[in-house]
Design a protein around this ligand. Sequence first.
Ligand code: FAD
Ligand code: NAI
Length: 477
Amino acid sequence: MSQVFDVLVIGAGPGGYIAAIRAAQLGFQVACAESSSYDDPKGEPRLGGTCLNVGCIPSKALLSSSEEYEKITHAAEHGIQVGSVSVDIKKMLQRKDEIVTKMTGGIQFLFRKNKITTLKGHASFLGKTADGFQIKIAGKTNETVMAKQVIIATGSKARHLPGIKVDNLLVCDNEGALKFDSLPKRLGVIGAGVIGLELGSVWRRVGAKVTVLEALPQFLGAVDQGVAKEAQKIFTKQGLDIQMGVKIESVKTDKKGVQVHYLDSTGKAQTLECDRLIVSVGRVPNTDGLGLAAIGLKPDERGFIPIDEHTCATAVAGVYAIGDVVRGPMLAHKAEDEGVLVAELMAGQKPHIDYNCIPWVIYTDPEIAWVGKTEEQLKSAGRSYKVGQFPFAANGRALGMARGDGFIKILADEKTDEILAVHIVGANASDLIAEAVVAMEFKAAAEDLARICHPHPSLSEVMREAALATDKRALNM
Ligand code: FAD
Ligand code: NAI
């Protein structure tokens, strides 16, 4: 007789593991299946998904290390003289690996604490019986389990380009790019999106000459263009060579490295010679071998599992799908919130997610963060809005930190003053944006932010000044 669980979660990324914990907190008997071992020394499946193993956490660890290095090289600005500075790439990577191991181990602990069964192996639907869904777990040992309800949280994987072989040694997606064993003197990046800019920044800071090749003519097209233009200016000044409007023709590798043949924005044939290449051109949902057909489900034409907009329920009663494998931004916190939502729905609660209030952060330096619509989106929706913008250069704390670059921009409804969006390019944007998210979740007006006392001196005063600026009454400018 197979084991029967109330809830089986497929995938232990941020969507899946959080859904499993919340479901267990609500009294369900829960199992979570995970197939990927990533780089586990024993080849055992590791919890945490893309985010903990080959995404958010390792990339931010490397970003922090490279930021420390860059800070030291700029110490003279503060009157601090340092001798020659060098970076030990192996040590930097070892530190990153230790953080990943600690975090994934932390989820094992949380699973034990919440009495969640970990099923080690690839899960696929076999069918449905009166007792629930029949699911095969193919791992070191094969087993079949039953579940009354299932949450699909199988995430996403890197999109590769036709004809460009990713070996994760010379030509890398996010997995290989997070484990370079030495500094590539010349690094090529295809795609000036979030991964390209974050990982490009890591390797530029520690000494690589980085060239980013982007197909679209517009830099960071999904970002508010005021912010995108400011960011492009700063990144270029830092030394990132960003080439827009290119067409990649072919990629070749040999003993000398990688050659990328492409047409530049004028149509002229060019070759980029580099030691390593990162291909970061987006991600695709993961439904490989999931056996969806066995329960009558089918991905849409882009590979995503279709769901109800508000409940994440699929067309099959009792089966939900969350995170990167469904529509919406591919972000860990979005996946987590959907995990909580589904678990609470299963328990008869009435949770809700306001997708307009999901923040985005790009962890470059300066960071870029936003919540709500861009000016371009508001314009095309015909919404009347007012703008309040305030520069970090006019903030004492920012100057003390030698971080006067960038600004905060608040977009508020012309008539009601409701905050419609907040866009930040500047130091600590990832933390500053949280205040904007709270404000928008509570449907605050710009006047509310403007009237709230903010600590002095702090970067958060720029938020208040931007709110005041929507009413043309910034105090320090
Ligand atoms: P995933 O994290 O992809 O997890 C899905 C898991 O399911 C995987 O472990 C997979 O092995 C497993 N699985 C798949 N199929 C099966 C199966 N059939 N049986 C068993 N297991 C299966 N987002 C942010 O919000 N902030 C960031 O800073 C950030 N940085 C990133 C940096 C990089 C380099 C990358 C690549 C991504 C980053 N992301 C970031 C995106 C974030 O990682 C994803 O949005 C998030 O991990 C999605 O969570 P998920 O649970 O939906 O899926
Ligand atoms: P992306 O969608 O952010 O950027 C991909 C870029 O590649 C785009 O600018 C696109 O125009 C370009 N591109 C596509 N095809 C191309 C081609 N043939 N030649 C040249 N350029 C091409 O995707 P990315 O960077 O791979 O990241 C995937 C996702 O992972 C992100 O969208 C995000 O959801 C998530 N992520 C989130 C992070 C964060 O929250 N800080 C960090 C890293 C990833």
